[in-house]
Design a protein around this ligand. Structure first.
Ligand code: HEM
Length: 793
């Protein structure tokens, strides 16, 4: 009898061919059902309906949603029908439409409480003290996989540091929309008042290496990653609204000039050296930024007291596709406060982690740092009439010209669990935008859009760094990118291309309705007609806004700028470079150039540098009070401000001291009792109190203010106490002394003229009454009235 040939559908699990007639597919087996469902999907898409719309300018403005068909069941998209055989390791079948790799950080947070030690592959380790040896004195054996795993992992613990902004500190928090911006943008965070978007923020210095000091004179990075429900949006800004250069082509030159000089590797985290000043004095477009960097903005008191700026002009795009230009500003609730140079230098020795510690401690103590997000919105037509080019990153849009509107607030309320996993591995990029936000043609921004992802490929070791938990968005990610080193996601199914019909067209092109759309250029200038390597003409105005900045500062701020230029140039070894810089400053302010020249021994002012533009346009404003640090004193809160309370044997604790301390703590200030040594101190009342800081481990310049209570004069027999008092005084911080505490002031050579608001000297009886005055000055900007150059004390 002839052998009966099997029906064509009898081998549904085959991987090398299929029946001519789909109806002959056997569906009494899971693999057959899968094949039938895939056939249905493919048949539902007889052609690619997007094709006709892919051509022509107008179609480019309205891309269609890609065709997609729902599968009859999840089996159609499965890689394998055996996925129903789950284990503790494989888990269950893939849930329809889910990307389970994208979840909160809980997914990867590790808690070892109550757990035994294991290898990286999960085997318990019996002995973590000894390597495996042949006898107790014998050679260590190659077989010791536990030793080799541990040491090998250790050997590879470090990754390359960021090429710039290597030193940073981060925190989690949220952005809350307070004023919806739907009129201008469809970006998710701005859609309703009250809408909360999680964020991770990293503050940084620019020039120093990862282990460098926090209080270097430098720009501070202010990078915010918004985990929006339309994907990640990174607002990667600085604490200054302008930049040194106008074109990304010059960024490597700038960074090479400011980093330690390549022959001897010095100086660390400092711009005060030859190559930096050589470069910037040949790049007059940097003058405006130099004013900011030589101002006290470059030595902030805290990350909590810095403004933030996105620098470039961006675009907001609404649902109708209409766009306006936008500048983003962060305004600290605590106000803008800075250090002074002598203080910054000393702090860098005593506490190189000064800003990192301040941020961490403020969050741990519940004094959550907050900022308002403000925007300046203007149209292309308005921008065209400005006296400067809004594509030029060395220019601001003065607040007096375009007012600021508050749209929300940022709150940092959670420290990271692990510095490396979060703060070090976080990868910001200006290219990370969401629908509703778009770029302007700023040529510096264009370079940044490329540069961040590019550098992260090597810093974070390959193309899948977006899957590192801190970088992953909270929304699902679906595309056809595959593989690469350290891939985490396990994609189901056979389809990794588009268009497809075998996965029902998924993931499908989102189209104009949902997808990110680039705003087509609206206004066409004459010089946009052909390819060219050149700058727009207004970029040549290098000095008008540098002058605006300098002239908008208060007298002490101007003096600090002059002193900073003089200090930095005094560290330059080549007189011609100093002279060139002074010649450049003459174009911004003769007064400033004169002061700098005087301080560095240049008797005769050099002729001003030739200017790229002789007749700049008339500026809209010649003074902008908002550019002074004093313009934003903050809400007066003393939360997380540090106060040193001097104690020594015989301190009159119960005569005002305890009450002052209690009141300060009630207001959120951090009060440390400082003595010659930490430990017990006998008070005048016969009690014992605990000094929790010493003049050696917490010198005076680490504090925001000093309290000298009655009976503390015994502390002044320690010369370090007097150094602390002089530093607090010299740095123009407030001092509250009463009773015999005032004698310490006298011993430090400080006279009470009665005209210094920051120096409150009282009788013991008056101390309790004057505490609120002290709290007032503590929460306010410093009064530089007592400052002299050179310092008297
Ligand atoms: C307005 C000008 C600029 C601002 C405000 C700015 C801001 C920042 C900030 C805040 C960071 C640190 C991000 C973090 O915390 O991880 C950073 C890093 C970096 N920036 Fe910029 N930057 C500017 C210009 C540029 C330019 C023009 C380039 C290159 C063409 C560039 C390349 C980089 C690179 C490569 C990193 C390191 C990124 C990483 O390793 O993760 N930046 N920048």
């Amino acid at each position: 009898m002839a052998k009966k040939s099997p029906p064509s559908g009898s081998a549904p699990a085959r991987t090398d061919s299929g029946p001519a007639d789909p109806a002959s597919e056997t569906t009494d087996h899971a693999a057959g059902i899968k094949k039938a469902q895939v056939q249905e999907l493919a048949a539902a898409m007889p052609h690619n309906p997007l094709k006709a719309g892919e051509h022509g300018f107008d179609n480019g403005l309205e891309p269609l949603t890609g065709p997609h068909v729902a599968a009859a069941s999840g089996v159609a998209g499965a890689s394998t029908v055996s996925e129903i055989n789950g284990t503790d390791k494989t888990g269950s079948v893939g849930v329809e439409g889910l990307n389970a790799a994208i979840e909160s950080l809980d997914r990867v947070r590790v808690d070892a409480s109550g757990r035994g030690l294991t290898t990286n592959f999960g085997a318990f380790i019996a002995d973590n003290q000894n390597s495996l040896k042949f006898g107790t004195r014998g050679p260590v054996l190659l077989e010791d996989f536990i030793l080799r795993e541990k040491v090998t992992h250790f050997d590879h613990e470090r990754i390359p540091e960021r090429i710039v902004h290597a030193r940073g500190s981060g925190a989690h928090g949220f952005f809350e929309c307070t004023e919806p911006l739907t009129r201008y943008t469809r970006a998710a965070p701005f859609q309703q008042a009250g809408k909360v978007t999680p964020v991770f923020v990293r503050f940084s210095t620019v020039a120093g290496e990862r282990g460098s000091k926090d209080t270097a004179r430098d720009v501070r990075g202010f990078a915010v990653k918004f985990y929006t429900d339309q994907g990640n949006w990174d607002l990667v800004g600085n604490n200054m609204p302008v930049f040194f250069i106008q074109d990304a082509m010059k960024f490597p030159d700038l960074v090479h000039a400011v980093k330690p000089e390549p022959h001897h590797g010095m100086p660390q985290a400092a711009s005060a050296h030859d190559t930096f000043w050589d470069f910037v004095s040949l790049m007059p477009e940097s003058t405006h930024m130099l004013m900011w960097v030589m101002s006290d903005r470059a030595i902030p008191r805290s990350f909590r007291t810095m403004q933030g700026f996105a620098v470039h002009t961006f675009r907001l795009v609404n649902d109708a596709g209409d766009s306006v230009f936008c500048k983003f500003h962060w305004q600290p609730h605590a106000g803008t406060h800075s250090l002074v140079w002598d203080e910054a230098v000393k702090i860098s020795g005593a506490d190189p982690d000064f800003h990192r510690r301040d941020l961490w401690e403020a969050i741990e103590s519940g004094a959550y740092p907050q900022w308002d997000l403000q925007v300046q919105v203007f149209t292309e037509e308005e921008a065209d009439r400005f006296s400067f080019d809004i594509l030029d990153a060395t220019k601001i849009v003065p607040e007096e010209l375009v007012p600021l509107q508050t749209v929300g607030r940022l709150v940092l309320n959670r420290n990271p669990d692990n510095f490396f996993a979060e703060t070090e591995q976080v990868a910001f990029c200006t290219a990370n935008v969401v629908p509703g936000i778009d770029f302007s043609n700023d040529p510096l921004l264009a370079g940044r859009i490329h540069s961040y992802h590019d550098t992260q490929l090597s810093r974070l070791g390959g193309p899948n760094f977006h899957e590192i938990p801190i970088n992953a968005p909270i929304v699902q990610v679906h595309n056809n990118q595959r593989d690469g080193i350290h891939r985490q996601a396990i994609h189901r199914g056979a389809v990794a291309y588009e268009p497809n019909s075998l996965a029902g067209g998924c993931p499908f092109q989102a189209g104009a309705g949902h997808g990110f759309m680039t705003v087509p250029a609206r206004l066409r200038a004459r010089d946009e007609a052909a390819k060219v390597r050149a700058k727009p003409e207004l970029f040549a105005d290098h000095y008008t806004q540098a002058r605006l900045f300098y002239e908008s500062q208060s007298a002490p701020e101007q003096a600090h700028i002059a002193a900073a230029f003089a200090f930095e140039l005094s560290k330059v070894t080549v007189p011609a470079v100093r002279e060139r810089m002074v010649a450049s400053l003459r174009n911004a302010s003769d007064d400033l150039a004169r002061q700098v020249a005087d301080q560095i021994g240049i008797g005769q002012l050099p002729a001003p540098l030739p200017r790229a533009m002789e007749q700049p346009r008339k500026p809209e404003v010649t003074r902008s009070p908002a550019l002074s640090l004093l313009f934003r004193p903050g809400n007066g809160s003393v939360a997380a401000r540090k106060v040193a309370l001097f104690v020594g044997p015989g301190v009159a604790w119960n005569a005002g001291c305890a009450a002052v301390r209690e009141r300060l703590v009630e207001q959120g200030a951090v009060v440390r009792c400082v003595a010659s040594r930490i430990g017990p101190v006998r008070t005048a009342d016969g009690e014992t109190l605990d000094a929790d800081a010493s003049f050696a481990n917490e010198p005076g310049y680490l504090f925001d203010a000093l309290v000298l209570p009655d009976g503390c004069e015994s502390a002044a027999s320690d010369a370090r106490a007097l150094d602390s008092v002089r530093d607090v005084y010299r740095h123009c911080k407030s001092i509250f002394a009463w009773g015999t505490g005032a004698k310490v002031l006298a011993r430090a050579g400080i006279a009470n003229t009665g005209e210094d608001a920051g120096l409150i000297v009282a009788t013991t009886a008056d101390a309790a009454r004057l505490i609120d005055r002290f709290i007032g000055v503590l929460g306010a900007p410093r009064d530089f009235g007592r400052e002299t150059d050179p310092p008297r004390v």
